[in-house]
Design a protein around this ligand. Structure first.
Ligand SMILES: *Cc1c(COP(=O)(O)O)cnc(C)c1O
Length: 222
């Protein structure tokens, strides 16, 4: 029995067809990624620039790499040539840097706005008020090489499923509000990235379009 193959098909069976699976491979080996790739998985998520820099060149070029962690502005340049989506944009400054680096390599980089919905105060992310000021800013209107495709968020780490569901519902509400106000005719603004190994079924119930799943596929991280 191959654990990664089985885990992947078990998870896929639980996901509605329109929900995209991002296989979170951080801390896992190139060969583990190759196993998932052999089962048809093409979208992978990493959260550290150096680790992604080591893996990307030795893996197939049709992999879509999503950067899902906190990204420092001075590191954007390393991943700009190939990253498919930057999921955790949490400042205008970061968005501007992504725009600048994307322009230099003649690409448009897809991004999600990370919105803080969890109770923990340590997690990164924008408030909904921050999102409004970002999307109303002159600086954002001048960005030509980033495409904002939706929102991303994480629920509180808790056993309280009602709380988790409430936070996912809140993120969905924020998405709807931003869509109506800034992207009503933009079909690319459609993603709600929410749900991880422990809570993705709740996230899907609340309208997730993209789940980010690591340990349930690859096992525990060292
Ligand atoms: C690590 C990570 C995940 C995956 O978490 P699992 O619990 O292993 O599924 C999802 N999203 C983000 C932002 C992460 O950093």
């Amino acid at each position: 029995m191959n654990r990664i193959v089985d885990a992947l098909s078990h998870i896929r069976a639980q996901l509605p067809q329109q929900v995209q699976l991002v296989a979170v491979s951080k801390f896992h080996t190139v060969s583990a990624i190759e196993e998932a790739y052999a089962c048809g998985q093409r979208v992978f998520g990493e959260s550290r620039v150096q680790e992604l820099q080591e893996k990307q060149p030795v893996l197939p070029s049709d992999i879509e790499w999503h950067f899902i962690g906190h990204l420092q502005t001075n590191k954007v340049k390393y991943i700009a040539p190939y990253v498919s989506m930057i999921q955790a944009v949490d400042s205008l400054r970061l968005l501007q840097e992504i725009d600048k680096q994307a322009k230099l390599v003649d690409r448009t980089i897809r991004c999600l706005l990370e919105i803080h919905v969890a109770q923990e105060s340590t997690k990164y992310g924008l408030s909904i008020a921050d999102c409004h000021s970002l999307l109303q800013s002159k600086e954002w209107k001048e960005c030509t090489h980033v495409k904002i495709c939706g929102v991303m968020g994480m629920a509180t780490y808790t056993d309280d499923t009602a709380q988790i569901k409430g936070e996912f519902r809140q993120l969905h509400t924020y998405f709807t509000e931003l869509k109506a106000q800034y992207f009503p005719h933009d079909t690319a603004f459609k993603e709600i990235s929410m749900g991880m190994s422990d809570d993705f079924t709740l996230a899907v119930e609340e309208g997730s379009t993209m789940v980010r799943i690591g340990s349930s596929i690859f096992g525990n991280r060292n």
